[in-house]
Design a protein around this ligand. Structure first.
Ligand code: HEC
Length: 175
C-alpha cells in the first residue's frame, strides 16, 4: 500500500463517523426546532393566552392555576386532559364553574354538552372576555400543550419568554 492510498483510507475512516454524527445532529436539530409555521402559531397562541382571552388572569402566566378571581382555576401544567378534551373546555367552558366558554355559538345550538343556554340554566358557564375564532382556539391549545402541559415547575427562561425582560415579574424565578 502506498502512502497516498493509506492517507485516503485513514481519512475515509475518520470521515465516516464524522459524517454520521453530522447527519444525526441535523436530524435532531430538525426534530427540536419548530418549523416557522409552528413558531408563529405558538406566538399567536401565547398572545391569546396573555391578552385576548386572558387565560393568565385565572390560571396564571405559567398555567399553574390559582385560587381567587374566577374560582379555583386548575393547573394546566398538571392537567390530564387530551388535546380534544382541552379544546372542548376552551370552546364550551365548564358547566357550573367559572371556566368561561370561548366559542360564541357554544350554547346557541347543542354543540356543547348537548344543551342550549336555556337548558343549561344557572349551570351555564360565564361568557369569555372575548370570544375566539376556531383558528385562535387551535393556536391557544397548541400553545398550552407546547409550553405548559406536563412541564414541571416554571423557570426563569419560561417567565422571560412570557413577560420579556423589562419587568420585575421574573425576579422570583431567578436562581
Ligand atoms: C375567569 C377565570 C378563567 C379564565 C379567564 C380561564 N379559565 Fe380555565 N378554568 C377556570 C376555572 C375556575 C377552572 C376549573 C373548573 C373546574 O372546577 O372544573 C378552569 C379549568 C380549565 C381547564 C380544565 C383543566 C382540567 O384539568 O380539568 C382548562 C383546560 C382551562 N381552564 C383552560 C383555559 C384556557 C386555555 C383559558 C383561556 C383561553 C382559560 N382556561 C381561561 C377559570 C378560568
Amino acid at each position: 500500500m502506498n502512502f497516498a492510498s493509506m492517507v485516503l483510507r485513514l481519512s475515509r475512516a475518520a470521515l465516516l463517523p464524522a459524517g454520521l454524527l453530522l447527519a444525526c445532529a441535523a436530524t435532531q436539530a430538525r426534530a427540536q426546532t419548530p418549523v416557522p409555521e409552528d413558531a408563529r402559531t405558538l406566538e399567536f397562541g401565547k398572545d391569546i393566552f396573555k391578552t385576548k382571552a386572558r387565560c393568565q388572569f385565572c390560571h396564571k402566566w405559567d398555567g399553574t392555576g390559582d385560587q381567587g378571581y374566577g374560582g379555583n382555576a386548575l393547573s394546566l401544567r398538571k392537567t390530564e386532559l387530551t388535546r380534544e378534551q382541552l379544546t372542548e373546555v376552551v370552546k364550551c367552558g365548564r358547566l357550573a364553574t367559572e371556566m368561561p366558554y370561548h366559542d360564541k355559538f357554544a350554547y346557541t345550538d347543542k354543540r356543547c354538552f348537548g344543551v342550549t343556554r336555556e337548558q343549561a340554566g344557572a349551570e351555564a358557564p360565564p361568557d369569555a372576555n372575548q370570544f375566539l375564532q376556531a383558528s385562535e382556539i387551535n393556536a391557544v391549545v397548541a400553545y398550552v400543550f407546547a409550553r405548559i402541559v406536563g412541564k414541571g415547575a416554571p423557570n426563569y427562561d419560561e417567565c422571560v419568554d412570557f413577560w420579556g425582560k423589562d419587568t420585575q415579574q421574573c425576579e422570583p424565578f431567578r436562581k
